[in-house]
Write a protein that binds this ligand. Structure first.
Ligand SMILES: Cc1ncc(COP(=O)(O)O)c(C=O)c1O
Length: 412
Protein backbone atom coordinates (compact mmCIF):
# COMPACT_ATOMS: atom_id res chain seq x y z
CA UNK A 1 0.00 0.00 0.00
CA UNK A 2 1.42 3.40 -0.96
CA UNK A 3 1.54 6.36 1.33
CA UNK A 4 -1.03 8.11 -0.87
CA UNK A 5 -3.42 5.19 -0.42
CA UNK A 6 -2.87 5.37 3.34
CA UNK A 7 -3.50 9.12 3.30
CA UNK A 8 -6.77 8.58 1.46
CA UNK A 9 -7.77 5.84 3.88
CA UNK A 10 -6.90 8.01 6.91
CA UNK A 11 -9.08 10.82 5.59
CA UNK A 12 -12.02 8.55 4.95
CA UNK A 13 -11.70 6.81 8.34
CA UNK A 14 -11.50 10.17 10.08
CA UNK A 15 -14.67 11.25 8.31
CA UNK A 16 -16.41 8.00 9.19
CA UNK A 17 -15.44 8.40 12.88
CA UNK A 18 -16.08 12.15 12.97
CA UNK A 19 -18.75 11.88 15.68
CA UNK A 20 -16.21 10.54 18.21
CA UNK A 21 -13.45 13.05 17.47
CA UNK A 22 -13.21 14.87 20.81
CA UNK A 23 -9.92 16.61 20.16
CA UNK A 24 -11.58 20.01 20.65
CA UNK A 25 -12.12 19.03 24.28
CA UNK A 26 -8.35 18.83 24.86
CA UNK A 27 -5.43 21.23 24.79
CA UNK A 28 -2.52 19.67 22.93
CA UNK A 29 0.57 21.36 21.51
CA UNK A 30 0.69 21.80 17.74
CA UNK A 31 2.98 19.47 15.85
CA UNK A 32 2.88 16.69 18.43
CA UNK A 33 1.35 13.25 18.01
CA UNK A 34 0.78 12.27 21.61
CA UNK A 35 0.91 8.51 22.06
CA UNK A 36 1.48 8.44 25.81
CA UNK A 37 -2.04 8.93 27.11
CA UNK A 38 -1.68 5.50 28.73
CA UNK A 39 0.96 7.02 30.97
CA UNK A 40 -0.18 10.63 31.42
CA UNK A 41 -3.37 11.65 29.63
CA UNK A 42 -3.52 14.95 27.75
CA UNK A 43 -4.87 18.12 29.35
CA UNK A 44 -8.66 18.44 28.99
CA UNK A 45 -9.77 21.94 28.03
CA UNK A 46 -12.08 22.14 31.08
CA UNK A 47 -9.28 21.62 33.60
CA UNK A 48 -7.34 24.93 33.70
CA UNK A 49 -10.44 27.02 34.50
CA UNK A 50 -11.60 24.50 37.10
CA UNK A 51 -8.21 24.45 38.81
CA UNK A 52 -7.93 28.20 38.72
CA UNK A 53 -11.42 28.51 40.25
CA UNK A 54 -10.50 25.95 42.91
CA UNK A 55 -7.34 27.87 43.78
CA UNK A 56 -8.45 31.47 43.47
CA UNK A 57 -12.11 31.44 44.41
CA UNK A 58 -12.57 28.33 46.51
CA UNK A 59 -9.29 28.16 48.40
CA UNK A 60 -8.29 31.83 48.02
CA UNK A 61 -11.60 33.53 48.81
CA UNK A 62 -13.90 31.00 50.47
CA UNK A 63 -11.16 29.28 52.43
CA UNK A 64 -12.30 26.62 54.91
CA UNK A 65 -15.99 27.12 54.09
CA UNK A 66 -15.28 25.43 50.76
CA UNK A 67 -15.51 22.04 52.43
CA UNK A 68 -19.24 22.78 52.67
CA UNK A 69 -20.11 25.46 50.14
CA UNK A 70 -18.08 23.99 47.29
CA UNK A 71 -18.80 20.37 48.18
CA UNK A 72 -15.21 19.44 48.94
CA UNK A 73 -16.26 16.96 51.61
CA UNK A 74 -18.51 15.06 49.21
CA UNK A 75 -16.09 15.22 46.28
CA UNK A 76 -14.54 11.71 46.64
CA UNK A 77 -17.95 10.07 46.27
CA UNK A 78 -19.28 12.62 43.76
CA UNK A 79 -16.27 12.21 41.48
CA UNK A 80 -16.45 8.46 42.16
CA UNK A 81 -19.98 8.38 40.78
CA UNK A 82 -18.92 10.32 37.66
CA UNK A 83 -16.03 7.91 37.18
CA UNK A 84 -18.34 4.98 37.88
CA UNK A 85 -20.32 5.78 34.76
CA UNK A 86 -17.15 5.28 32.72
CA UNK A 87 -16.38 1.87 34.23
CA UNK A 88 -19.95 0.62 34.40
CA UNK A 89 -20.58 1.09 38.13
CA UNK A 90 -23.92 2.37 39.38
CA UNK A 91 -23.66 5.30 41.83
CA UNK A 92 -22.52 4.62 45.38
CA UNK A 93 -19.74 2.11 44.66
CA UNK A 94 -16.68 4.18 43.76
CA UNK A 95 -14.65 6.67 45.79
CA UNK A 96 -11.66 8.63 44.64
CA UNK A 97 -8.45 9.47 46.49
CA UNK A 98 -4.97 8.15 47.28
CA UNK A 99 -2.90 6.15 44.80
CA UNK A 100 -3.56 2.87 43.02
CA UNK A 101 -0.94 1.21 45.23
CA UNK A 102 -2.71 2.34 48.41
CA UNK A 103 -6.10 1.34 47.03
CA UNK A 104 -4.79 -2.08 46.10
CA UNK A 105 -3.40 -2.61 49.60
CA UNK A 106 -6.80 -1.63 50.92
CA UNK A 107 -8.86 -4.01 48.77
CA UNK A 108 -6.48 -6.91 49.43
CA UNK A 109 -6.98 -6.57 53.17
CA UNK A 110 -10.73 -6.22 52.63
CA UNK A 111 -10.66 -9.41 50.54
CA UNK A 112 -8.95 -11.27 53.39
CA UNK A 113 -11.81 -10.37 55.70
CA UNK A 114 -14.35 -11.45 53.06
CA UNK A 115 -12.68 -14.87 52.57
CA UNK A 116 -11.08 -15.60 55.96
CA UNK A 117 -10.75 -19.35 55.45
CA UNK A 118 -8.65 -19.20 52.28
CA UNK A 119 -5.04 -18.30 51.72
CA UNK A 120 -4.02 -18.40 48.04
CA UNK A 121 -4.07 -15.41 45.71
CA UNK A 122 -3.54 -15.63 41.96
CA UNK A 123 -1.54 -12.87 40.28
CA UNK A 124 -0.05 -12.32 36.85
CA UNK A 125 3.78 -12.35 37.06
CA UNK A 126 3.87 -9.94 34.10
CA UNK A 127 1.62 -7.36 35.72
CA UNK A 128 2.75 -3.83 36.57
CA UNK A 129 5.32 -4.28 39.34
CA UNK A 130 3.60 -2.17 41.98
CA UNK A 131 0.77 -4.70 41.98
CA UNK A 132 3.20 -7.53 42.71
CA UNK A 133 5.03 -5.54 45.37
CA UNK A 134 1.83 -4.51 47.15
CA UNK A 135 0.43 -8.02 46.89
CA UNK A 136 3.60 -9.60 48.28
CA UNK A 137 3.52 -7.09 51.13
CA UNK A 138 -0.11 -7.87 51.93
CA UNK A 139 0.54 -11.61 51.61
CA UNK A 140 3.29 -11.37 54.23
CA UNK A 141 0.93 -9.57 56.57
CA UNK A 142 -2.00 -11.91 55.94
CA UNK A 143 -0.22 -15.25 55.68
CA UNK A 144 -1.24 -15.72 52.05
CA UNK A 145 0.57 -17.60 49.31
CA UNK A 146 0.84 -15.74 46.02
CA UNK A 147 0.66 -18.01 43.00
CA UNK A 148 1.84 -16.63 39.68
CA UNK A 149 -0.76 -17.64 37.12
CA UNK A 150 -1.42 -15.74 33.90
CA UNK A 151 -5.02 -14.51 33.59
CA UNK A 152 -5.32 -16.78 30.55
CA UNK A 153 -4.63 -19.83 32.78
CA UNK A 154 -6.71 -18.71 35.74
CA UNK A 155 -9.86 -20.67 34.87
CA UNK A 156 -7.92 -23.94 34.70
CA UNK A 157 -6.21 -23.25 38.04
CA UNK A 158 -9.48 -22.32 39.72
CA UNK A 159 -11.54 -25.20 38.39
CA UNK A 160 -12.78 -27.40 41.24
CA UNK A 161 -10.68 -25.70 43.93
CA UNK A 162 -11.64 -23.94 47.14
CA UNK A 163 -8.35 -22.47 48.37
CA UNK A 164 -8.26 -19.21 46.42
CA UNK A 165 -9.13 -15.93 48.15
CA UNK A 166 -9.02 -13.84 45.01
CA UNK A 167 -7.58 -13.32 41.58
CA UNK A 168 -5.76 -9.99 41.31
CA UNK A 169 -5.36 -9.05 37.70
CA UNK A 170 -4.85 -6.07 35.39
CA UNK A 171 -7.58 -5.76 32.81
CA UNK A 172 -5.08 -4.61 30.17
CA UNK A 173 -1.38 -5.54 30.33
CA UNK A 174 0.66 -2.33 30.65
CA UNK A 175 3.44 -3.60 28.41
CA UNK A 176 1.87 -5.74 25.69
CA UNK A 177 -1.58 -4.12 25.66
CA UNK A 178 -3.26 -7.53 25.90
CA UNK A 179 -6.89 -7.17 27.00
CA UNK A 180 -7.72 -10.00 29.38
CA UNK A 181 -11.13 -11.60 29.47
CA UNK A 182 -12.50 -9.91 32.58
CA UNK A 183 -15.99 -11.47 32.35
CA UNK A 184 -14.68 -15.04 31.95
CA UNK A 185 -11.98 -14.76 34.63
CA UNK A 186 -14.46 -13.14 37.03
CA UNK A 187 -16.93 -15.97 36.38
CA UNK A 188 -14.25 -18.62 36.95
CA UNK A 189 -13.24 -16.93 40.22
CA UNK A 190 -16.84 -16.87 41.42
CA UNK A 191 -17.40 -20.51 40.44
CA UNK A 192 -14.52 -21.35 42.79
CA UNK A 193 -15.91 -19.11 45.55
CA UNK A 194 -13.06 -16.61 45.04
CA UNK A 195 -13.23 -12.85 44.61
CA UNK A 196 -12.31 -11.02 41.42
CA UNK A 197 -10.11 -7.96 41.97
CA UNK A 198 -9.18 -5.94 38.89
CA UNK A 199 -6.67 -3.17 38.27
CA UNK A 200 -8.24 -0.91 35.66
CA UNK A 201 -5.33 1.51 35.17
CA UNK A 202 -5.05 0.69 31.46
CA UNK A 203 -8.72 0.19 30.72
CA UNK A 204 -10.70 2.88 32.55
CA UNK A 205 -11.61 5.47 29.94
CA UNK A 206 -10.39 3.33 27.05
CA UNK A 207 -12.26 0.03 27.11
CA UNK A 208 -15.76 -0.88 28.35
CA UNK A 209 -15.30 -2.48 31.76
CA UNK A 210 -18.89 -2.99 32.96
CA UNK A 211 -18.00 -3.75 36.56
CA UNK A 212 -21.60 -4.21 37.72
CA UNK A 213 -22.70 -6.25 34.72
CA UNK A 214 -19.84 -8.73 35.19
CA UNK A 215 -20.18 -8.93 38.97
CA UNK A 216 -16.64 -7.74 39.75
CA UNK A 217 -16.10 -7.65 43.50
CA UNK A 218 -13.39 -5.04 43.99
CA UNK A 219 -11.43 -2.86 41.59
CA UNK A 220 -8.84 -0.09 41.61
CA UNK A 221 -7.36 2.22 39.01
CA UNK A 222 -5.56 5.49 38.50
CA UNK A 223 -6.95 8.82 37.35
CA UNK A 224 -4.02 10.05 35.31
CA UNK A 225 -3.98 7.81 32.23
CA UNK A 226 -7.02 7.51 29.94
CA UNK A 227 -9.10 9.50 32.45
CA UNK A 228 -6.80 12.49 31.92
CA UNK A 229 -6.90 13.68 35.54
CA UNK A 230 -3.35 15.09 35.44
CA UNK A 231 -0.02 14.15 37.00
CA UNK A 232 -0.57 12.45 40.34
CA UNK A 233 -4.36 12.47 39.92
CA UNK A 234 -6.06 10.52 42.67
CA UNK A 235 -6.88 6.86 42.16
CA UNK A 236 -10.24 5.18 42.60
CA UNK A 237 -11.58 2.13 44.36
CA UNK A 238 -14.74 0.20 43.51
CA UNK A 239 -16.50 -1.82 46.19
CA UNK A 240 -19.52 -3.69 44.82
CA UNK A 241 -22.66 -2.90 46.81
CA UNK A 242 -22.97 -6.50 48.00
CA UNK A 243 -19.58 -6.30 49.77
CA UNK A 244 -19.91 -2.88 51.35
CA UNK A 245 -21.47 -3.96 54.65
CA UNK A 246 -18.60 -6.41 55.25
CA UNK A 247 -15.86 -4.15 53.80
CA UNK A 248 -13.20 -3.52 56.43
CA UNK A 249 -10.85 -0.63 55.90
CA UNK A 250 -7.24 -1.49 56.75
CA UNK A 251 -6.52 2.23 57.01
CA UNK A 252 -9.60 3.39 58.91
CA UNK A 253 -8.98 7.12 58.64
CA UNK A 254 -11.39 9.75 59.81
CA UNK A 255 -12.86 10.50 56.36
CA UNK A 256 -14.33 6.99 56.35
CA UNK A 257 -15.94 7.42 59.77
CA UNK A 258 -19.73 7.35 60.14
CA UNK A 259 -19.63 10.69 62.01
CA UNK A 260 -16.26 12.28 61.38
CA UNK A 261 -17.08 15.49 63.21
CA UNK A 262 -18.27 13.68 66.31
CA UNK A 263 -14.52 13.35 66.88
CA UNK A 264 -15.08 10.10 68.68
CA UNK A 265 -12.06 8.17 69.87
CA UNK A 266 -13.49 5.02 68.37
CA UNK A 267 -13.74 4.19 64.69
CA UNK A 268 -17.19 3.46 63.34
CA UNK A 269 -17.30 2.94 59.57
CA UNK A 270 -19.56 5.06 57.41
CA UNK A 271 -22.37 3.32 55.60
CA UNK A 272 -21.78 2.40 51.96
CA UNK A 273 -18.67 3.03 49.94
CA UNK A 274 -17.73 6.08 52.02
CA UNK A 275 -16.15 3.63 54.46
CA UNK A 276 -13.40 3.11 51.88
CA UNK A 277 -12.31 6.73 52.32
CA UNK A 278 -9.14 7.27 54.31
CA UNK A 279 -7.88 10.78 55.04
CA UNK A 280 -8.01 14.24 53.48
CA UNK A 281 -7.84 13.89 49.71
CA UNK A 282 -5.61 16.05 47.46
CA UNK A 283 -8.44 18.48 46.73
CA UNK A 284 -6.87 20.40 43.85
CA UNK A 285 -6.06 17.19 42.01
CA UNK A 286 -9.46 15.77 42.82
CA UNK A 287 -11.20 18.83 41.36
CA UNK A 288 -8.93 18.68 38.31
CA UNK A 289 -9.99 15.05 37.81
CA UNK A 290 -13.64 16.01 38.18
CA UNK A 291 -13.28 18.60 35.42
CA UNK A 292 -11.27 16.15 33.29
CA UNK A 293 -14.06 13.57 33.39
CA UNK A 294 -16.40 16.05 31.68
CA UNK A 295 -14.41 15.32 28.51
CA UNK A 296 -16.47 12.11 28.44
CA UNK A 297 -19.82 13.90 28.79
CA UNK A 298 -22.39 12.59 26.32
CA UNK A 299 -19.99 9.89 25.13
CA UNK A 300 -20.47 6.17 25.56
CA UNK A 301 -17.31 4.18 26.28
CA UNK A 302 -18.42 1.72 23.60
CA UNK A 303 -17.95 4.45 20.99
CA UNK A 304 -14.54 5.40 22.45
CA UNK A 305 -13.65 1.73 22.11
CA UNK A 306 -14.86 1.54 18.50
CA UNK A 307 -12.72 4.56 17.64
CA UNK A 308 -9.74 3.14 19.53
CA UNK A 309 -9.92 -0.20 17.71
CA UNK A 310 -10.08 1.55 14.36
CA UNK A 311 -7.10 3.75 15.28
CA UNK A 312 -4.89 0.97 16.62
CA UNK A 313 -5.72 -1.36 13.70
CA UNK A 314 -4.94 1.44 11.23
CA UNK A 315 -1.70 2.33 13.03
CA UNK A 316 -0.59 -1.25 12.68
CA UNK A 317 -1.55 -1.37 9.00
CA UNK A 318 0.43 1.84 8.38
CA UNK A 319 3.49 0.48 10.20
CA UNK A 320 3.27 -2.81 8.31
CA UNK A 321 3.11 -0.92 5.00
CA UNK A 322 5.88 1.58 5.75
CA UNK A 323 8.20 -0.47 7.97
CA UNK A 324 7.61 -4.06 6.85
CA UNK A 325 8.95 -6.74 9.17
CA UNK A 326 8.12 -4.83 12.35
CA UNK A 327 7.23 -7.18 15.17
CA UNK A 328 4.62 -6.54 17.84
CA UNK A 329 3.87 -7.50 21.42
CA UNK A 330 0.29 -6.23 21.13
CA UNK A 331 -2.29 -8.58 19.62
CA UNK A 332 -3.64 -8.10 16.12
CA UNK A 333 -7.04 -9.50 17.11
CA UNK A 334 -9.43 -6.70 18.08
CA UNK A 335 -10.96 -8.73 20.89
CA UNK A 336 -7.58 -9.20 22.57
CA UNK A 337 -6.11 -5.72 22.18
CA UNK A 338 -6.45 -2.86 24.66
CA UNK A 339 -5.79 0.65 23.45
CA UNK A 340 -2.13 0.54 22.50
CA UNK A 341 0.21 -0.78 19.85
CA UNK A 342 3.38 -2.24 21.35
CA UNK A 343 6.24 -2.58 18.88
CA UNK A 344 9.14 -4.84 19.73
CA UNK A 345 12.62 -3.59 18.84
CA UNK A 346 16.04 -4.47 20.28
CA UNK A 347 16.87 -0.73 20.51
CA UNK A 348 13.42 0.27 21.69
CA UNK A 349 14.74 2.98 24.01
CA UNK A 350 16.60 4.73 21.18
CA UNK A 351 13.61 4.37 18.87
CA UNK A 352 11.35 6.06 21.42
CA UNK A 353 13.82 8.92 21.93
CA UNK A 354 14.25 9.43 18.19
CA UNK A 355 10.47 9.51 17.77
CA UNK A 356 10.10 12.05 20.58
CA UNK A 357 12.68 14.25 18.85
CA UNK A 358 10.38 14.17 15.83
CA UNK A 359 7.27 15.06 17.86
CA UNK A 360 5.84 11.56 18.18
CA UNK A 361 5.63 10.95 21.92
CA UNK A 362 5.40 7.35 23.09
CA UNK A 363 7.38 5.59 25.78
CA UNK A 364 9.77 2.73 26.39
CA UNK A 365 9.06 -0.28 28.52
CA UNK A 366 11.84 -2.68 29.31
CA UNK A 367 13.21 -4.76 27.75
CA UNK A 368 12.25 -4.05 24.14
CA UNK A 369 8.90 -2.32 23.85
CA UNK A 370 8.11 0.88 21.96
CA UNK A 371 4.76 1.60 23.59
CA UNK A 372 2.37 3.62 21.45
CA UNK A 373 -0.68 4.43 23.56
CA UNK A 374 -3.78 5.44 21.66
CA UNK A 375 -6.16 7.62 23.65
CA UNK A 376 -8.96 7.63 21.13
CA UNK A 377 -10.80 10.81 22.15
CA UNK A 378 -7.99 13.11 21.03
CA UNK A 379 -6.25 11.17 18.27
CA UNK A 380 -7.06 10.79 14.58
CA UNK A 381 -6.26 8.30 11.85
CA UNK A 382 -4.13 11.02 10.28
CA UNK A 383 -2.10 11.05 13.53
CA UNK A 384 -1.62 7.29 13.24
CA UNK A 385 -0.22 7.69 9.73
CA UNK A 386 2.08 10.50 10.85
CA UNK A 387 3.41 8.33 13.67
CA UNK A 388 4.02 5.40 11.32
CA UNK A 389 5.81 7.61 8.79
CA UNK A 390 8.16 8.88 11.49
CA UNK A 391 8.75 5.39 12.86
CA UNK A 392 9.62 4.13 9.37
CA UNK A 393 12.00 7.06 8.79
CA UNK A 394 13.69 6.61 12.18
CA UNK A 395 14.29 2.93 11.46
CA UNK A 396 15.36 3.43 7.83
CA UNK A 397 17.84 6.16 8.83
CA UNK A 398 19.06 4.26 11.93
CA UNK A 399 18.35 7.43 13.92
CA UNK A 400 17.76 5.30 17.01
CA UNK A 401 21.48 4.44 17.04
CA UNK A 402 22.47 8.07 17.65
CA UNK A 403 24.30 7.99 21.02
CA UNK A 404 22.24 11.00 22.14
CA UNK A 405 19.21 8.73 22.14
CA UNK A 406 20.71 6.05 24.35
CA UNK A 407 21.18 8.23 27.43
CA UNK A 408 18.58 7.01 29.90
CA UNK A 409 16.51 9.50 31.88
CA UNK A 410 15.02 8.60 35.25
CA UNK A 411 11.61 8.17 33.65
CA UNK A 412 11.55 6.14 30.44
C1 LIG B 1 -1.44 -1.51 36.01
C2 LIG B 1 -0.90 -0.41 36.87
N1 LIG B 1 -1.15 -0.40 38.19
C3 LIG B 1 -0.69 0.58 38.99
C4 LIG B 1 0.06 1.62 38.47
C5 LIG B 1 0.61 2.73 39.30
O1 LIG B 1 0.15 2.81 40.58
P1 LIG B 1 0.24 4.17 41.39
O2 LIG B 1 -0.97 5.00 40.98
O3 LIG B 1 0.19 3.77 42.81
O4 LIG B 1 1.50 4.87 41.03
C6 LIG B 1 0.33 1.66 37.10
C7 LIG B 1 1.14 2.76 36.54
O5 LIG B 1 1.48 2.86 35.41
C8 LIG B 1 -0.15 0.61 36.29
O6 LIG B 1 0.11 0.60 34.98
Amino acid sequence: MSIDDLRTEAASLDEMHGATDLRARFLLPDGVVYLDGNSLGALPRAVPAAVSDAVEQQWGRDLITSWNVHGWWDAPARVGDALGRIVGAAPGQVVVGDSTSVRLHQVLHAAAALRPDRSVVLADPATFPTDLYVLDGAARQLGWTVEHVSPGDAAARLDGTSDVVAVVYSHVDYRTGVLWDLPAVTRAAHDAGALAIWDLCHSAGAVPVELDAHGVDLAVGCGYKYLNGGPGAPAFVYVATEHQAAFTNVIPGWHGHAEPFAMSGEYRPAAGVDRARIGTPPMLSLLALEAALTAFDGVEIASVRARSLSLTAFLRRCIDALAPGTSYASPDDDTLRGSQVAVRHPDAYGVVQALIARGVVGDFRTPDIVRLGVAAPYLTHADMLTAAVHLAEVLAGCEHLDPAFSRRSAVT
